[in-house]
Write a protein that binds this ligand. Sequence first.
Ligand code: AMP
Length: 232
Amino acid sequence: MVTLLFGPPGCGKGTQAAFISRLLGIPAISTGEMFRAERESGTPLGKKVSEIMAQGGLVGDDIVNEVVASRLSRADCGAGFLLDGYPRTIPQAAFLDGILLKGPWSPPAIIYLDVPDSVLVERISSRRQCPSCGRIYNLLHQPPRREGVCDMDGTALIQREDDNETIIRARLRTYKESTGPLLDYYAKRSLHRIDGNRSPEQIHRLLEAVLGPALAQMSEKHTCCSNSRGLP
Ligand code: AMP
């Protein structure tokens, strides 16, 4: 099953992507995480995107599309995948449509996590991440058990360099200008708008309600197709 997870920076995509990935047994692919990994490893791609990311801008469509196409061609995406942070522009969405048409997948489930700007700025400023396992904390609502340290592996938590208020506002502006039109693009298909201004657990329940029936429908289809291939 393919799932596209949308929402402005700080809406909780990372946390919910991990939840959906476990729920559906598919890899969660975050273009932001991929670019951060390239930047940290100092690869030519990482160097190219580093400045754009630091300013809260968008990496060029050609670069992002190439990175995503290469990732989706890997074997672990055969049964589906979740995309977090991609597509972010109409050309990216059109490019993804082309990949999905050629591949073995059904049309995607499209989810939008809706959160007001004021909440986003507060959330992002207090966001911290474990550089080792990637777990995300929020100093206000989901703090680590011991200050500044990851619950899972004891690594010192970091604040992303683009998680400060000036950059956050730039990222929200970029998001609205570039990604807002995507909602219109996908409105003609079944777009599930979910209230992201709730606790992670409440959002999990809402996601289960949306994705559960789609998942059941797909396994029914699978059984039906297996039977139509000559099984008794
Ligand atoms: P994110 O972690 O999704 O907020 O992404 C962090 C940064 O990576 C963004 O602010 C962009 O600079 C870049 N980025 C991630 N995904 C995309 C994308 N689909 N298109 C363009 N730039 C992206």
